[in-house]
Design a protein around this ligand. Structure first.
Ligand code: C5P
Length: 232
């Protein structure tokens, strides 16, 4: 069985950077499941399919062509239906569209197998909202990463500014609260710690500290069918 380490949590909790860092240290694959929902949100806006048109979105999801191409930059280039859209994928508009399409059960179902297909040897680190609860319920380690809304908004502000977006901290705190509310209150796969997940609050921790703690949990995990080999 190919091992999966699931990292779930709200927007800005740091799960992307932590997930990539952990995957790199283990030499495992990495799945950014939020990018899958964001890509569908973008594809829907290009095709003028409404965020509440479940059937139209299911059709789009079934044919979604999403590719990550590693280059010299820290983050891979992302192609959605043949269009390079790395920066657009990280925009607030794409995040908003993602969280709207993500409430629809048919959309989540249509994207399930695509996410599970990322489980390839020697292992997978998967980040999102429902990695441990729905997509990979047999993950050997489930981490629920969180931080205060203010800390998460400040992190998002830095990320968005670095990508050239103009936004203020109060706007982001408001948007994060709205997105948390939508993600946590939806009927299917709501945002909450999976049974058995270890909750880790990263508000006062640096990125490297969080990566080290997750790696220590992976090594300690008594349920682990594998002993992850951590690179120096
Ligand atoms: O993680 P990220 O902020 O990129 O996710 C964007 C949105 O996609 C989330 O707010 C959430 O609504 C949705 N999402 C989800 N399930 C996942 C990953 C993301 O519903 N596994």
């Amino acid at each position: 069985m190919i091992p999966v380490l699931a990292i779930d949590g709200p927007s800005g909790s740091g799960k992307g950077a932590v997930g990539m860092g952990v995957a790199d240290r283990l030499g495992w694959h990495y799945l950014d499941s939020g990018a899958v929902y964001r890509a569908l949100g973008l594809a829907a806006s290009w095709a003028q399919v409404g965020c509440d048109d479940e059937q139209g979105l299911r059709t789009l999801a079934a044919g979604l062509d999403l590719r990550f191409v590693a280059g010299s930059a820290a983050e891979p280039e992302v192609y959605v239906n043949g269009r390079e859209c790395g920066v657009a994928l990280r925009s607030r508009e794409a995040a908003d569209a993602a969280s709207r399409v993500a409430v629809l059960p048919g959309v989540r179902q249509a994207l399930l197998e695509r996410q599970r297909a990322a489980r390839r040897p020697p292992g997978l680190v998967a980040d999102g909202r429902d990695m441990g609860s729905h997509v990979f319920p047999d993950a050997f380690l489930k981490v629920y990463l969180t931080a205060s809304p203010e800390v998460r908004a400040a992190r998002r502000l830095n990320q968005l500014k670095a990508k050239g977006f103009s936004v203020t901290l109060p706007q982001l705190i408001q948007e994060i609260r709205e997105r948390d509310e939508r993600d946590a209150s939806r009927a299917v796969a709501p945002l909450k710690p999976a049974p058995g997940a270890i909750v880790l609050d990263s508000s006062a921790l640096g990125l490297q500290d969080v990566i080290d703690r997750v790696l220590a949990m992976a090594s300690d995990s008594s349920q682990s069918a594998v002993t992850p080999r951590i690179k120096d």
